[in-house]
Design a protein around this ligand. Structure first.
Ligand SMILES: NC(=O)c1ccc[n+]([C@@H]2O[C@H](COP(=O)([O-])OP(=O)(O)OC[C@H]3O[C@@H](n4cnc5c(N)ncnc54)[C@H](OP(=O)(O)O)[C@@H]3O)[C@@H](O)[C@H]2O)c1
Length: 269
């Protein structure tokens, strides 16, 4: 049987991508899953015909077009050489391993097409966003293939320079936590204004969920949606004047993203 796609590490992120590939029509019979203890999505795929490997062998890897690496960063050094040893020269590698650079990937996998990607947690429900960069051995077919696989987890954004992956991390990689904290902060602000905690949390949480869903359902920009709900001298304008002041949300988020980008650079360096 020809196995053209391998997934190494079938935990949360690997499992989310795998589920997307299968629901998108990639047949289980063309996939190898290497993970000693595969997660739920992988067990289902293995039950439906994907090949399960504890550690990829040369024979299992011989027809691979793409290998997707989704192991933990701290496992990379120990597992990388064994995985590389099982790969034919032309197999492209797509890594979602946080902090592992293209240079580190090339040091293990050699001169071949390599894609470094950074997804985020909403990938678990197919609503993620993944930024990706290519090494110099990638052609347009490698970019298209990687994009197709990464889209299983949601939207994708290509970045020209690998250094921008740290910025992807600072915006969208860490971004879901910023939004969750926004729910907490909005709830706390509601409590401070006299609302009981349960109701404040319900109002805050559903506001973020609803606004996100509205943004997704609409063709309008975020700015146009904001303007549409802001009547002159109304309540929203009063609130936004605080949020949009010179010392409001924009400088705070600029500082927030900068801190995350810097940490990402330190961890990757
Ligand atoms: N989750 C996210 O939102 C997210 C976002 C961006 C990037 N990433 C990146 O995605 C990668 C995976 O993260 P995750 O959250 O999916 O972690 P995870 O759930 O722990 O997945 C890692 C998987 O690798 C497995 N594994 C252990 N030993 C292995 C081996 N010898 N060969 C193959 N697989 C092995 C683990 O099995 P055991 O559990 O049995 O050890 C686990 O199933 C990380 O590098 C992370 O930086 C994740």
């Amino acid at each position: 049987m020809t196995r053209k796609l391998a997934l190494i590490g079938a935990g949360r992120m690997g499992g989310a991508m795998l589920a997307g590939w299968i629901s998108g029509g990639v047949g289980e019979s063309g996939i190898v899953i290497a993970d000693p203890y595969p997660g739920e999505a992988a067990r289902a795929a293995i039950g439906a015909g994907a090949l399960h490997s504890k550690a990829l062998t040369r024979d299992e890897g011989k027809d691979l077009e793409t290998l997707v690496l989704a192991i933990k960063p701290q496992m990379f050094e120990a597992l990388g050489p064994g995985i590389a040893g099982a790969l034919p020269a032309g197999t492209r590698v797509v890594s979602v391993v946080a902090g592992i650079t293209l240079a580190q990937l090339e040091a293990i996998f050699g001169k071949r097409p390599i894609v470094r990607a950074m997804p985020n947690t909403p990938a678990a429900i197919g609503k993620g966003i993944t930024g990706f960069a290519l090494n110099s051995h990638c052609g347009s077919d490698d970019r298209a293939a990687a994009e197709g696989l990464l889209k299983a987890a949601g939207e994708v954004v290509f970045v020209e320079r690998e250094s921008l992956i740290d910025v992807v991390t600072g915006i969208s990689g860490s971004g879901p936590a910023y939004v969750f904290y926004m729910v907490e902060a909005l709830c706390a602000a509601g409590i401070a204004a006299g609302m009981p905690e349960d109701a404040a949390m319900k109002l805050a949480r559903q506001t973020i969920i609803g606004a996100g869903a509205l943004l997704e359902a609409s063709d309008e920009t975020a700015e146009a949606l904001r303007v549409a709900v802001t009547s002159p001298n109304g309540t929203t304008q009063a609130g936004l004047e605080v949020l949009m002041a010179d010392d409001g949300l924009k400088p705070l988020l600029t500082k927030t993203v900068k801190a995350a980008v810097e940490r990402s650079r330190e961890l990757g360096g």
